[in-house]
Write a protein that binds this ligand. Structure first.
Ligand code: NAD
Length: 476
């Protein structure tokens, strides 16, 4: 086993759990990396108690004092990037470059939290002669964040720096498939000077997530993961009157117009579909080919062919994921889709136990096929043909999800039409993965998000705080 068995991280130290443990294996080559506990509600109680005990002092610090710690933490992320990117690569399977890119985004998110003092300076107005109204933000208390396997570093940073810098204390539940990064984050926060108990990690699966939703002393929950679980978590957490925001799955449509730049569009679509082995909620799932675009389809296939598993294309998370993805391809083929590029049955020499799927392009997919609506979450691009833009937008609008929608065109009016009419929270114009940079917030629509607001950006400050409105009158 490459790393020591993982424990929870409570009150500034590793803390053993009574729960059973499961193995953490690497999708890269099947190596055993560590074991992770499936914690019990008793473990959660300890973490919440530590977070509650830490809250009075932490929340009484000034915002600038709290942000000082995040300036140091930002530097530690930078200093430890190579080491932690390697852990991320090993436990998630994405390439080292993709792991480094996660770090850069985590650093950007930490910088946004560091800039909080400049963003939330208060407002004051004399509302009647001698009467002043002002507004201040206060933290909520103990909060929790639950994350998926696909971004072990970046997604936790969507919430950790902002929630903590705002004065909350936290219980973090990482994905049990990629738990090692979670403990490293905790260690770096401690090294940066975060007081014990402000940030705690409790490992586990469904049952610990349910315990978090039910816990009476947790005030707010963010969740990122698949839509069925996001729905269940949102419903359960709000049923105990918590503030909740749950981000779900996605099925993103990339509309390709005949006037699109061939080279740019093809490389961009291929990178969107296959980057992080297609395991991104912002990945291209469906290319909607409008009119005569065969020349672009040919180039998409050529660009996708340049992605080589084990080199510039990482592994998918598990053997179960590989099987599921390959089954989707087989089913689509049997229903009449044309397999232009087939990623089934791939093995990587020297990593025979790794779980790789090669780049796959399916043409002539029709809306009634399962693959047209299911979230495949692998390096698989489905091409659906339409005759005009309206038909393409109807298709996009019919999807229950709503994370991203993209148009490739050189015509401003067409771009404007898609921006106006697509039913998605993040729109790309000639950009295949339109993740907004900070301080613009990340957040989809429809079944890709349950709750109000974005999970990052300026808007997230509202989620992590409550405001106090003060009306003052000093009598003479
Ligand atoms: P998942 O829903 O299986 O798991 C997410 C988290 O929920 C994990 O921590 C897991 O332990 C826990 N969990 C799993 N099953 C549960 C259950 N039945 N009840 C309660 N908790 C449960 O998701 P995943 O496979 O880890 O991640 C991939 C999914 O996440 C994809 O659907 C992807 O689109 C989505 N995702 C969405 C966004 C977004 O912002 N919309 C971002 C990243 C990933």
């Amino acid at each position: 086993m490459k790393y020591t068995p993982l424990a929870n991280y409570i009150n500034g130290s590793p803390c053993a759990s009574e729960g059973e443990t499961i193995e953490v294996t690497s999708p890269v080559n099947g190596d055993l990396l560590s074991t992770v506990p499936l914690s019990s509600p008793v473990d959660l109680d300890s973490a919440v108690a530590a977070a509650e005990a830490a809250f009075p002092l932490w929340s009484s610090l000034t915002l600038r004092q709290r942000c000082d710690i995040f300036y140091r933490y930002r530097q530690l992320l930078q200093d430890n990037m190579e080491d932690l990117a390697c852990v991320c690569h090993e436990e998630n399977g994405k390439t080292l470059d993709e792991s480094r890119a996660e770090f850069l985004k985590a650093i950007e998110l930490t910088e946004l939290a560091c800039s909080l003092p400049n963003i939330v300076s208060g407002e004051v107005l004399e509302v009647s002669p001698g009467f002043d109204c002002s507004i201040r933000q206060f933290p909520l208390g103990v909060v929790s964040c639950i994350t998926p396997f696909n971004f072990p570093i970046m997604v936790p940073h969507w919430t950790i720096p902002m929630a903590l810098a705002s004065g909350n204390t936290m219980v973090f539940k990482p994905s049990e498939q990629v738990p090692i990064s979670g403990n490293r984050i905790a260690e770096l926060l401690s090294e940066a000077g975060l007081p014990d108990g402000v940030f705690n990690v409790v490992h586990g699966d469904k049952s610990i997530v349910e315990a978090i939703c039910d816990h009476p002393d947790i005030e707010a929950v963010t969740f990122v993961g698949s839509t069925p679980v996001a729905k269940a978590v949102y419903a359960r957490a709000t049923s105990t009157f918590k503030r909740a925001l749950a981000m779900g799955g996605a099925k993103n449509h990339l509309i390709v117009m005949p006037d699109a730049d061939v080279e740019h569009t093809a490389s961009n679509v291929a990178a969107s579909a296959c980057g992080c082995a297609g395991q991104r909620c912002m990945a291209a799932a469906t290319m909607v080919a409008v009119g005569e675009v065969d020349h672009i389809v040919d180039e998409v296939v050529a660009q996708s062919q340049a992605l080589v598993p084990g080199e510039n294309l990482g592994a998918v998370i598990s053997a179960a994921a590989k099987t599921r993805i390959e089954q989707y391809i087989t089913e689509a083929e049997s229903q009449g889709a044309t397999v232009l590029l087939d990623g089934r049955g791939v093995t990587v020499s020297g990593c025979e136990e790794g779980t790789y799927v090669g780049p796959t392009v399916l043409d002539n997919v029709t809306p009634d096929m399962n693959i047209a609506s299911a979230e495949v979450f692998g390096p698989v691009l489905s091409i659906i043909r339409t005759s005009d833009l309206s038909e393409a937008l109807e298709l996009e609008n019919a999807s229950p999800y709503g994370n991203a929608a993209v148009v490739y065109t050189q015509d401003g009016q067409t771009a404007r039409d898609v921006t106006d009419r697509a039913s998605a929270g993040m729109i790309g114009v000639n950009v295949g993965v339109p993740v907004p940079r900070e301080p613009f917030g990340f957040g989809g629509w429809n079944d890709s998000r349950f709750g109000v607001g974005d999970i990052t950006g300026r808007g997230s400050i509202q989620f992590w705080t409550q405001s106090k409105k003060i009306t003052s009158h000093w009598c003479d």
